[in-house]
Design a protein around this ligand. Structure first.
Ligand SMILES: Nc1ncnc2c1ncn2[C@@H]1O[C@H](COP(=O)(O)OP(=O)(O)OP(=O)(O)O)[C@@H](O)[C@H]1O
Ligand SMILES: [Mg+2]
Length: 385
């Protein structure tokens, strides 16, 4: 059988753990025509949540999904957006052609239909996207289609912060102007740059100010992950005791992606051995996972300034909630001054190494302390747990 623990790509169906409340919240928003800002640090499971929530919708509630990080220009964004909406409705080729004629008359997209009848949209050279009316026509497509079908449509725009790079403030404003009139469409704006996402819906000057409800994704409760881990090992004829499964979660600070990575490695190396899994196996699997990421951490470490490194080590050693700004901490870790700490933390946050939660900074990467220990950067020498 295949390894049941996936650490890359989207997980749905049997591979998806928990998030019942979040799925219910999304479904409620879709049915109420509300918009949702879904955000979290990297790799907490935003994309998987969206896809699983969509998968569980009945066929009469269509949805469209676009990963905006795939767009490299305003034009490819528009192509992606239109294609996603046309795919989502699973309509016949004739109907798609009619929509293109009636709803996209300025853009006049070329439709390439693949064998399953899915439309791929191409805009020819210079489709006049700088003209507001042309862009508005594309952005209005979800509502036009939903009206035509007499349904509500859910549209997810994943990696949403990329829109600023693609079309600047103008695109963000055009989206707001269009979407606020869409009574039959519910949008999910998802992104992992948490500060930018918060700014988007919470800053009064933002065009998206209070346009929807924020949904900050947290880690998955250990109680939900443990049975999934135990079952996955059992399916491979292995015995992972529940307390060891809980320890696995704890060692990577309950981070969903790292739990899956570590479980994948432990499963792969324990398969077929015929003896119960022990703590030593977990330690070895963790060392192996740290080893995979060694080159990444080394490069990262080289990139950081001296104060950023010290700050990161202080975070790793002190844990969440410790104030790095306190005078004795600044002195102990040689952080120079509170303003140096502030600047370093902001840089670490941009690198995805630190995160800010309720005003407090913590470590965002649970593997880093293991690597730092293995590399001899923090007290304790090599990994010993
Ligand atoms: N509900 C879940 N059940 C099981 N594993 C999960 C779940 N959510 C996330 N994971 C694990 O985390 C990995 C990353 O998930 P996903 O790509 O959905 O996160 P993301 O927040 O969209 O990431 P990114 O920030 O890179 O966009 C998955 O491949 C899986 O290993
Ligand atoms: Mg994602």
């Amino acid at each position: 059988m295949d390894n049941p623990f996936r650490y890359s790509g989207v997980v749905i169906g049997d591979l998806f753990v928990d998030r019942e409340d979040e799925i219910a919240a999304l479904h409620r928003a879709f049915r109420a025509g509300e918009h949702v800002f879904l955000y979290s640090p990297r790799r907490y499971g935003k994309t998987s949540l969206i896809r699983e929530a969509f998968r569980r919708l009945p066929p009469k509630e269509p949805w469209a999904y676009a990963d905006l990080s795939r767009a490299l220009s305003l034009q490819s964004f528009v192509e992606l957006f239109i294609s996603a909406v046309l795919h989502g409705t699973e309509s016949s080729a004739d109907r798609v052609r009619r929509w293109a004629r009636e709803f996209l008359s300025r853009l006049q997209p070329r439709l390439v239909l693949d064998t399953s009848g899915r439309a791929q949209v191409e805009l020819g050279y210079s489709p006049r996207l700088a003209e507001p009316a042309t862009l508005a026509e594309a952005l209005d497509l979800p509502q036009r289609v939903a009206e035509d079908l007499g349904v509500r449509l859910a549209v997810a725009l994943d990696e949403f912060p990329t829109v600023r790079e693609l079309g600047g403030d103008g695109l963000v404003r055009a989206m707001r102007a269009a979407f606020q009139m869409h009574s039959q469409v519910s949008y999910v704006f998802a992104g992992s740059q948490t500060a930018m996402m918060e700014q988007l819906f919470a800053a009064e000057r933002s065009p998206f100010f209070r346009m929807g409800r924020p949904l900050r994704l947290e880690k998955i409760p250990r109680d939900a992950f443990v049975p999934f881990l135990v079952d996955g090992f059992r399916a491979g004829a292995m015995d992972l005791p529940a307390d060891l499964a809980a320890e696995l979660c704890q060692r990577v600070d309950d981070h969903p992606y790292f739990i899956q990575t570590l479980a994948h490695e432990l499963w792969a190396r324990s398969r077929g051995r015929g003896i119960p899994i022990a703590q030593q196996d977990l330690t070895e699997a963790l060392s192996a996972v740290v080893g995979w990421h060694d080159a990444y951490y080394r490069r990262l470490w080289e990139r950081l300034t001296l104060y950023q490194r010290r700050c990161l080590l202080a975070l790793a050693e002190l844990g969440v909630g410790a104030s790095l700004f306190a005078a004795d901490t600044v002195a102990r870790f040689e952080l120079k001054s509170a303003s140096h700490v502030q600047r370093s933390l902001e840089a670490l946050q941009r690198e995805g190494l630190a995160e800010r939660r309720n005003g407090e900074y913590g470590l965002a990467d649970p593997l880093f302390p293991h690597w730092a220990r293995a590399a001899g950067l923090v007290s304790g020498g090599a990994e010993r747990e």
